[in-house]
Write a protein that binds this ligand. Structure first.
Ligand code: FES
Ligand SMILES: [Fe+2]
Length: 461
């Protein structure tokens, strides 16, 4: 079926209550960025499985995608002092992000200018007064200039000015340090548009990394990322969520080449739930989960609803310690509002569960990926410094529920998500059918992603 076969393609929506209907019942005015929709039909051709399984396709991504896109490498709180560094790795690329003596943040290729040795181990972080190669001891200042190297008499052909570490472009937004290996890439804020217009950067700046989990996955990095670009899978994969969360009525939007969004409502059951739920029953279930300051015994008043009660509870409890939430809408507090930024990252702006995802290939393997999950919490308003949580590394077969501090209910949801991924990759290899078939609306963010990917790779399939 071609994109033009049916003029109605992409117009159908889930029966039952829509996100916009629910936003209209909010106890506060809902900002325009949420009451707007930005969807159009992008075609309905299958997505070739070789995009996930072929080493040649992976190699094209290494050549044309990863070195040209903005990716967050670390948070500013990872490198608070001069000399602190953090290494970001993606496929074969490795970048050192550090803070110089003057307090400026800089990024360099993690490769020695002598014979190329990695200056800092992959996935490492720490502090050092200079950046010194472990092989022969060439040494660089934090600002990237060459400080010294042994046996200078043997290198009359080396000019120190030409041997500075190779700088990498860097941009800051929301407390995240983004890098881009392409000196000609568009500026970060232009690339992120309209995210910085929709979400005040302070939403993320005023938080710190309270939990960080890195999970290895036996699948292509795109299979992992795409599992979080749609809520179509919720009914089957997370059926326990149907009593408290929307699924097929989730709203999907995309903007330009680099940004897409979903709004998945909480406190409103699935349209396809067989049982009838009262607002009080929804609220009682809603209280399970990784929600700080959860209070038992909340009651839905006559004429009220679970969403409003839960949102007000957050205003009263969390808002007391952090930013003023008195005018923030119910939706911005309780719903999952997730912005995807091409190629590999998602930012959840919701107040009650501010999480961030990042996906990347692990090494040079098209069937290995690393999934970073971070949970952000408000930093103390009195200026006390809080240490970002160290990452906990999970093997593919390990459960999120073993991570210290992980809410078991939330851990189970991530286990369900990551539990599909190896089968999705292996099934793509086992298929006779050449590609994946997508829903026109619910899976449009996956299609949007692939269309942008094609632009970067210079192909049109
Ligand atoms: S390779 Fe780095 S000092 Fe020789
Ligand atoms: Fe999921």
């Amino acid at each position: 079926m071609s994109a033009t076969a049916n003029p109605k393609s992409g117009e159908a929506r889930c029966p039952g209550i829509s996100v916009q209907d629910l936003l209209a019942r909010d106890s506060r005015p809902v900002p325009a960025y949420l009451t707007s929709q930005n969807y159009s039909f992008l075609g309905d051709e299958d997505i070739p499985y070789e995009r996930y399984t072929s080493q040649a396709f992976f190699d094209q991504e290494v050549e044309r995608l990863w070195p040209r896109t903005w990716q967050w490498a670390c948070r500013e709180e990872h490198i608070p002092e001069s000399g602190d560094y953090y290494v970001y790795d993606v496929g074969p690329y490795s970048v050192i992000v550090t803070r110089t003596e003057s307090g400026e943040i800089k990024a360099y290729r993690n490769s020695c200018m002598h014979r190329g040795t990695k200056l800092k181990p992959s996935f490492s972080s720490g502090a050092s007064f200079s950046i010194r190669c472990p092989y022969h001891g060439w040494d660089w200042n934090l600002d990237g200039t060459l400080k010294s190297f042994p046996c200078e008499w043997d290198f009359p052909h080396v000019r120190a000015e030409a041997m500075s570490l190779t700088p990498v472009r860097l941009g800051l937004w929301g407390g995240f340090v983004f890098i881009n290996l392409d000196p000609d890439a568009p500026p970060l804020l232009e690339y992120l548009d309209p995210l910085p217009k929709h979400i005040d950067s302070r939403v993320f700046e005023e938080r710190y990394v309270a939990q960080h989990i890195q999970k290895e996955l036996n699948c292509n990095w795109k299979i992992a990322s795409e599992a979080f670009l749609e809520a179509y899978h919720v009914m089957e994969t997370h059926s326990q969520l149907m009593r408290t969360n929307g699924d097929a009525n989730t709203q999907y939007d995309f903007y330009g080449d680099h940004v897409s969004r979903l709004i998945n409502v909480a406190g409103s059951p699935s349209t396809f739930l067989k049982e009838a739920m009262t607002e009080q029953e929804i609220l009682d279930l809603f209280l399970i989960g990784d929600r700080d300051d959860v209070a038992e015994g909340l009651v839905v008043p006559e004429g009220g609803n679970a969403r409003q009660v839960m949102a007000q509870h957050f205003r009263d409890s969390v808002g007391k310690k952090g930013p003023d939430l008195s005018q923030v809408s119910d939706s911005e507090i309780v719903d999952s509002i997730a912005y995807f930024v091409f190629p590999n990252q998602q930012f959840f702006s919701g107040v009650s569960f501010p999480i961030v995802y990042r996906f990347r290939p692990l090494g040079m393997h098209e069937d290995r990926a690393l999934f970073d999950l971070i949970l952000l919490k408000p930093r103390p308003t009195d200026g006390t410094r809080v240490e970002p949580a160290l990452p906990v590394w999970l093997k593919a077969e390990e459960s999120y529920t073993i991570v210290p501090g992980m809410d078991p209910y939330v851990g189970e949801v991530f286990d369900q998500d990551t539990g599909n991924m190896q089968a999705a990759h292996e099934g793509a290899l086992a298929a006779a059918k050449p590609g994946a078939t997508l829903g026109n609306y619910q899976e449009v963010r996956i299609r949007h992603f692939h269309q942008t990917l094609s632009k970067y790779l210079g192909s049109t399939d």
